[in-house]
Design a protein around this ligand. Structure first.
Ligand SMILES: C=C(O[C@@H]1C=C(C(=O)O)C=C[C@H]1O)C(=O)O
Length: 363
């Protein structure tokens, strides 16, 4: 490092020069993205500008190229924002998410689409589906499963009646904090607000630290945060976004019982996503109630050596089928071995619906 300037002024000059280069390169990239938009529109006037498989490939490549000292995830986050701004030049993307503002689902939407996307809070999961179906927004973001608490049935049920496809997934590490407002008497907390899922994820911590506080379930953690602002004896369990939005402070941090607590969210839209190289497929299968039905369903996956990542059973809501299975597995439906399995499953099942093939969450 003998040629590295050592005084502060010289270092700052060097940073100024590098910033000018970075700025020029980012704008060159943005101009390229604008050209891409022209090519896409010329090929197909009804084109979709957002390409999840390409974005996943860009991020994976950047992470593989990265030599540090910045951490690969950090670098990918920066590129996530650069792509978000480039895409906004092609077409501003509108995204509906399970609100209100400050929920983990909003955090997932921003993590996936970046800050240049316009995100709109919806009051319920089926409203997110309806907004995308009606074309009021381009995409929707809904939670689908939590590592501690399991599947979010509302989301799975919404897929049964919808023609929307899954275009992507985001996994978020969920950290819960015990939050209080300026008016809260910290030694007198007798009531705690939160969403039932969050209470479940922090149950042991609450039993140990606040065994006598009343636990009041509300519709979201953001709503819990809003409520404590005006109550001197109350606290909320919520994440960073809600804390920031409502100006609350942390009485205790990371109070989730499991340190690896995470939630998986799905991106729903109207498009079929081409292969990215590391993909996943989600299907719903209806089977008749007969002995060996589950074995018949799983056998082709085993024979073709397809790795299942999730299997959920839901009661069928129509009289025709008895079981409905939600299955996630590795691979894309355009890959021959996946297409072969789907063909075999179609023969054995009463009905099969492919919800989508999409890239594994990168960030
Ligand atoms: C530029 C493109 O359009 C969008 C912007 C991307 C980018 O900035 O790299 C990548 C994929 C698309 O969502 C493209 O399709 O290549």
């Amino acid at each position: 490092m003998s040629d590295t300037p050592i005084d502060l002024d010289a270092l700052r000059h060097r940073i100024d020069d590098l910033d000018a280069d970075i700025l020029r390169l980012i704008n060159e990239r943005a101009a390229c993205a604008q050209h891409v938009a022209q090519v896409k529109s010329a090929e197909d006037p009804a084109t979709v500008f957002y390409r999840p498989e390409r974005e996943a490939q860009v991020l994976r490549r950047i992470m593989a190229l990265n030599k540090g000292p910045l951490d690969s995830e950090e670098v990918a986050r920066l590129f996530r924002e650069i792509m978000s701004a480039c895409l906004a030049l092609e077409q501003p993307i509108k995204v509906a998410y399970l609100g209100p503002e400050g929920t983990f689902t909003q955090q997932a939407a921003l993590k996936h689409f970046g800050e240049s996307a316009v995100s709109l809070p919806m009051a319920a999961i089926d409203e997110v589906f309806r907004e995308v179906e009606a074309g009021a927004v381009n995409y929707g973001v809904v939670p689908v499963e939590n590592s501690t608490e399991g599947v979010i049935n509302h989301t799975l049920d919404s897929f049964m009646d919808s023609s929307l496809r899954i275009c992507g997934e985001v996994v978020l590490r969920i950290h819960h904090h015990l939050l209080v407002g300026e008016a809260t008497r910290q030694d007198k907390v007798s009531r705690i607000y939160s969403h039932p899922q969050s209470f479940a994820q922090c149950r042991k911590w609450l039993d140990a630290h606040y065994p006598h506080a009343e636990r009041v379930p509300v519709s979201s953690n953001a709503e819990a945060s809003r409520l404590v602002k005006t109550e001197w004896h109350s606290a909320a369990i919520a994440g960073d976004m809600a804390a920031k939005l409502y100006g609350l402070t942390r009485l205790a941090e990371k109070i989730e019982d499991r340190p690896d607590n995470s939630t998986r969210f799905l991106i729903i839209g109207n498009q079929d996503v081409p292969m990215s190289g590391e993909d996943k497929t989600s299907i719903v299968v209806a089977m008749r109630n007969q002995p060996g039905a589950l074995h018949d369903l799983l056998e082709p996956f085993h024979r073709h050596r397809i790795d299942m990542t999730r299997l959920e059973t839901r009661p069928s809501r129509s009289g025709v089928w008895n079981y409905v299975f939600f299955i996630d597995f590795k691979g894309h439906c355009d890959e021959p071995h996946v297409a072969a399995v789907l063909e075999e499953v179609r023969v054995r099942a009463a009905e099969v619906k492919v919800l989508g093939s999409y890239p594994f969450g990168v960030l």
